[in-house]
Design a protein around this ligand. Sequence first.
Ligand code: ZN
Length: 224
Amino acid sequence: MAPKIKQESPGPPPKRSKHNYADTCKVIVGSRKDEFVMHTAFATAKSSFFKSTISQDWKEGKEKTVRLPQHEAGTFHVFVHWIYSGSLDFSIVDNTGAHDPPSYLNCGRVWALAHYLGAPQLQNQVIDRIIHKVARGDTRNVALSSLKHIWQITPPGSTIRQLLTNCVASENRAYNGVGEAEELPEEILLEATRQHLYGASKNVPTMEHRCNYHEHDEGEPRCE
Ligand SMILES: [Zn+2]
């Protein structure tokens, strides 16, 4: 005899989210004031910055505009594409194919924007993309100009700084002479010195240890 299947009562329909897909906000980005329009439901679901900005400050009738003058429109375009598609497409800013490795500079820019907007999932995807780039044999010697720029837009001790520090310090090629090496960020010089003077092991970033550079809440399971 077949077992009796317990019939669940359908119950009340799920509560509707307070946001609907007709609500949009305008985002003005960069010094040229490029304008983007996003659905607030999408923006607030993936970004704690948009979640707090929209829920706290926006009243009925108030201008629904967010300004991000210090970020670049191209970088924000990558963010909007990720919000809607879940995929990280650097070809928007890199002038390369969607499957080519992105430049370190644009990785840094997108990570910094994701950090500012409170989108840790996007930060982690950028980290994974850098580690993939390293794993496929791309140089770990990040251009000095890119490092300087990334160091200007990211906080001290941040995961992307740790990752790039380990990329550069574990690469054997020296920069162009002493003058250029002296301009390297202090964290990188210290790590290179630690390896050189104390024989500390090189930390070549690998996918196996990618969670070392991820943003995870306490207790959250690590990536498989
Ligand atoms: Zn992880």
